[in-house]
Write a new protein. Structure first.
Length: 327
């Protein structure tokens, strides 16, 4: 059992809706339900993987936890304090403890700022270091992420995609955070660089005892870096358990379909195994289906799935599933 002292971040019934407006007077005509009632926790020094197909709400979940988007409903507790009710200076002070590594290393670095200014900006914003002290801290951070510390006067366009992502990691580390949201940090870099970035994140976690929310598409990457994995579909978490349990005993039909698409580097096993092909497209988050969100595409759908939303419940030790067929 997990004690309250072990938990760094607790998310309860988190919702983030984006309004749809129409006409000259911007009349409210509906909502895009990007995140629709998710609950989970992240322990200190652990990595929780968050997987799902594009548009299911993974990035919005990460940004809403950090209050980059304010939640529509629900609570986010960081070290026991409710971030969703914080504003102004108290929230600004909490931001030192939480950081984000953005998905696109080309868009997340200001092209008009030098690397020294980009990595050192958090130190100035929070009045931690200036002048020579800031310069030394920036050089130390660049060394930590495997970059030449004398690159501080260069601009982002002078670096490759992998190097830019390392700069993003250095910026996230500047304030010694205890929690980092890694938003698909390896999706836009070359395959040969992906392993280097993941190994770097693991080394830094061991060194500084940080917790990660690791958002990704690549299930094999998530298996490597995460201790637990949450599977998301259309704004809701459908399954959450330890990585070994998820890969050996997936209970939700959507998780089973995702895992069946992961290639196995053994031609004999690959030929023998059965692949689950999902029919149709993901429904619109502006108009989700009644009952279970997955029911229009589920290969084992029942009548109850079309009427009642399944409860997200614990079916065995630390294995949570939202499915009428389970438990």
């Amino acid at each position: 059992m997990t004690t309250e002292n072990e938990i760094l971040v607790r998310v309860e019934n988190l919702k983030k809706y984006f309004p749809i407006t129409r006409g000259i007077f911007q009349r409210h005509a509906g909502d895009i339900k990007a995140v629709d009632g998710v609950s989970f926790f992240v322990r200190r020094s652990e990595t929780l993987g968050l997987v799902g197909e594009s548009g299911c709400g993974k990035t919005t979940t990460g940004r809403t936890i950090l209050q980059l988007y304010r939640p529509t409903e629900g609570q986010v507790y960081f070290e026991g304090q409710d971030l969703s009710t914080m504003k102004g200076e108290p929230l600004r002070r909490m931001r030192r403890r939480m950081q984000m590594i953005f998905q696109d290393p080309y868009a997340s670095l200001n092209p008009r700022m030098t690397i020294g200014s980009i990595v050192g900006e958090p130190l100035e914003v929070h009045n931690i270091a200036k002048g020579k002290e800031k310069r030394e801290r920036v050089q130390e951070l660049l060394r930590l992420v495997g970059l030449n510390p004398y690159f501080i006067n260069r601009y982002p366009h002078e670096f490759s995609g992998g190097q830019r992502q390392r700069i993003g990691v250095a910026r996230a580390l500047a304030l010694n955070p205890s929690f980092i949201v890694c938003d698909e940090p390896v999706s836009s870099v070359d395959v040969s660089i992906q392993a280097q970035i993941v190994n770097l994140l693991e080394d830094l976690q061991a060194q500084f005892n940080m917790a990660y929310l690791f958002i990704a598409h690549d299930l094999s990457m998530v298996r490597h870096i995460s201790s637990r994995v949450a599977v998301m579909y259309l704004g809701k978490i459908v399954e959450l358990t330890g990585r070994h349990e998820l890969y050996s005993n997936p209970l939700h039909p959507y998780t089973q379909a995702l895992l069946s698409a992961v290639p196995i580097p053994d031609p004999v096993v690959e030929e023998r195994r059965q692949r689950t092909i999902l029919e149709g497209d993901v429904p619109s988050p502006a108009n989700p289906p009644e009952g279970c969100n997955f029911n229009p595409r589920c290969p084992v759908v029942m009548d109850i799935c079309k009427k009642e939303e399944p409860e997200f419940k614990e079916v065995s030790s630390e294995h949570w599933v939202a499915c009428h067929r389970v438990g």
